[in-house]
Structures are given as C-alpha cells and as structure tokens.
Design a protein. Sequence first.
Length: 198
Amino acid sequence: MKKKPGSRSERNLSTIELSVLGLAWLRGPCTTYAIMKELSTSGSSYYKSRAGTAYSVSKRLVSFGLLEETAENNIQITPAGVAAIQEWMAPPIPLPDIAHSADLIRLRFFFIGIIPLADRLAFIDSSIDGLLEFLEKCKSLLKDNEDIGDYFGVLATMSTVLETNARIAWLRVVRDLVENPLGPDDPWAEIALQKCQI
C-alpha cells in the first residue's frame, strides 16, 4: 500500500507533536486554543517558544488520525494517538532524549574566558539572581498543578525545582574557581569531581 505524503508512517513524531498529543489526552476534549495557551504559559522556554505552532501541529495530528475534531469544534485524542503516546513512554528511552539539556547559561560558560574577571563574576552573580527568581516560579508551579488536580504534573515539576537548585549550586561552586583559578599543574578534573560532591 502506497504511503500518503506527510503521513506518520514516513517519520517519527517530533517532541512538540507528542507534547500536543499528550496535552490533548490530559486536558481533552479541548480547543486547540487551550493547548496553545497552556504551552504559552509554560515555565519551559522550549514549550513557550513553540506555542504558536499549536494550530498547525494539531491540524497535522488530525491528518495523521491521532487527534480528531468533535462536533463542538474541540479536539480529542484517538486510540491511535493514545498508542503513539504509550510508544513514546516505553523503554528504553533513547540516549538523545536522556542527554538533552538546553542550559544556555552553561553554554555561555564555555566562552567566559573572553571577558575580564570582573565581568565573569558579574555574569555568574546575575545568573544566580535570575535562577533564584526562577526557582520561586518553579515552586509556585507545584501548587498550580495541584490546584488543577494534576498529580503527575506536580511530580514532573519537582524535576525543574531540583534542576534549578543544582544549577545554582554549580554556579556558587565555580564562582570561587573563577575568582581563584586553579594552577596549570593542578589536577583540574579531579578537583572538579571532588567539588561535585557538595
């Protein structure tokens, strides 16, 4: 049987497609606007930046038979959509998904040597301040998820709280190493590993 162009059988679903599908399962039946709104108010910059694609993604998922439109102009997940989410959740989780981390502070840190010491310390201090502010927002998301009865949303958001705490701890440790750098003959990796045992 010939495959239709753009059909799901030609490629794996993207993360945003799977996320929209998951939101339709979690919140549905619902409007595409409700999914777009949830993405746009997410604490995750990944989802927030993709909120505008909710309509085109939902339309594509309908064409794949993973979502369907209801008489009330809502969308809801189909049995094939449920199967796609279940497949996404099944082990083993691919290494690229496990290793994925978009920490733009860490990315900048690779190039921190290009700026003078005072600016390096200002960069670190500003990042810590921003992360402390973000941490409070993450903590409030725990209650927001509780208020809508999303138990697994609370558990998922714990990851953001722990990750943000870890990023703050890392910056506090490396701040001292930036201000008082190790010598060229010091065992950098060994000392770094010791400091990771906070």
